[in-house]
Design a protein around this ligand. Structure first.
Ligand code: UT7
Length: 333
């Protein structure tokens, strides 16, 4: 396998902030209830004509800028979105156009919900590893707020909008930035988080008994149990495969779904707080974008020093989950 270099990372979030107290205008809840159960104080949402595509474009430009590469250098674009503003043209095709990436370059979305970044990284690793493409742009962008049921206080407290992008390329120096990477899925428990399109059969035939709402429906308690039982041992296995020990890895940058889930992984790794990157308090769950947002913001705030290593992990609808031990080179964000 040819080695992969993480060359640039960027993120973008909308300006509009919705606090826990703001949500009291929608239903009976409290900042205390939400914060103690989730660690979330506020989240960002798109408004007006703004969509995840605007956020994805901004994140992609920042990642490209940091990588020192140009749109013409991109060989392939992978969009990782669970709640894109449109099914097609895909996020990846739309960004190809807006970024000015040459129009013969392949562009497609993959759907692995909140694990999308890890899945996209594995696909990119395969493409680069076998020499099919040299430089790949990954963009994770979601406007969850547009598919949230804002009357459901069990789910709408959790999600926020945001985008993260990563430029990955063949490592000319031979140093692979992916030390280990695993991705998994279990469709038998897929009903734990669902978003079903509103749809109807041909008007000339019998109609389906159920019509989708287009909104997120989630069994929060069981998702929580799934996450705390599945992700911590999975992360431990991924670290073992990297040939490193957990002590040798500098940071844990987990998907930001619930502070208590982050703490369960932290406890399993026996990490001190300074090794664990959490910004869920300010953004909620931004799906596949949450890892790159946490990474870049962690660097901006001085919590992460580059020239280091990190364990990334994600989980979400499908159910899907994944983890990767990566090198974070200087200058990537
Ligand atoms: O990427 C994956 C994304 N998903 C997740 O990570 C979800 C993981 N799950 C969770 O984070 C938690 O399950 C939640 C935070 C979503 C919910 O916490 P919970 O402790 O599982 O609460 P619950 O849904 O069992 O509800 C407990 C009670 C209920 O009242 P009753 O029936 O006991 O009287 C709810 O009606 O809390 C009530 N409740 C609320 N009360 C105030 C539910 N939501 C709220 C709310 N404010 N926002």
């Amino acid at each position: 396998m040819k080695p992969l270099k993480i060359a640039g990372v960027g993120y973008s979030v909308p300006k509009t902030v919705i606090t826990n107290d703001d949500l009291k205008k929608l239903y009976e809840t409290s900042d205390e209830w939400i914060y103690t159960r989730t660690g979330i104080k506020e989240r960002r949402v798109v408004s007006g004509d703004e969509t995840a595509i605007d956020l994805g474009l901004d994140a992609a430009k920042k990642a490209l800028d940091k990588s020192g590469l140009k749109p013409e250098d991109i060989d392939c674009i992978i969009g990782a979105a669970s709640a894109p503003p449109q099914l097609y043209p895909t996020l990846a095709c739309t960004l190809q156009d807006k970024l000015g990436v040459p129009n013969c370059v392949p562009a497609f979305d993959l759907t692995a919900a909140c694990t999308g970044l890890i899945y996209a990284l594995q696909v990119a690793r395969g493409f680069i590893g076998c020499g099919l493409y040299k430089t790949i742009l990954i963009v994770a962008a979601d406007n969850n707020s547009k598919i949230t049921d804002w009357s459901d206080r069990g789910t709408s407290i959790l999600f926020g909008d945001g985008a993260g992008a990563m430029v990955v390329t063949e490592a000319e120096d031979g140093i692979d930035d992916i030390l280990s990477l695993n991705m998994s899925a279990n469709g038998t428990i897929g009903q734990l988080i669902q978003t079903n399109f509103p749809s109807q059969c041909c008007p000339l035939v019998e109609q389906a008994s159920e019509v989708g709402t287009g909104k997120i429906i989630m069994n929060g308690k069981d998702v929580y149990k799934f996450a705390v039982s599945t992700v911590p041992p999975y992360v431990v296995d991924c670290i073992a495969q990297s040939g490193m020990t957990s002590d040798e890895i500098d940071y844990l940058i987990p998907h930001q779904a619930n502070q208590r889930i982050i703490e369960a992984i932290q406890k399993r790794l026996n990490y001190s707080d300074d090794k664990v990157i959490s910004n869920i308090k300010y953004y909620g769950n931004t799906s596949a974008a949450s890892i790159p947002i946490a990474l870049v913001e962690g660097v901006e705030q001085g919590k992460i020093k580059l020239g280091s290593t990190a364990i990334l992990c994600g989980f979400g609808a499908g159910m899907t989950w994944g983890a990767a031990v990566v090198r974070l080179r200087k200058g990537i964000c």
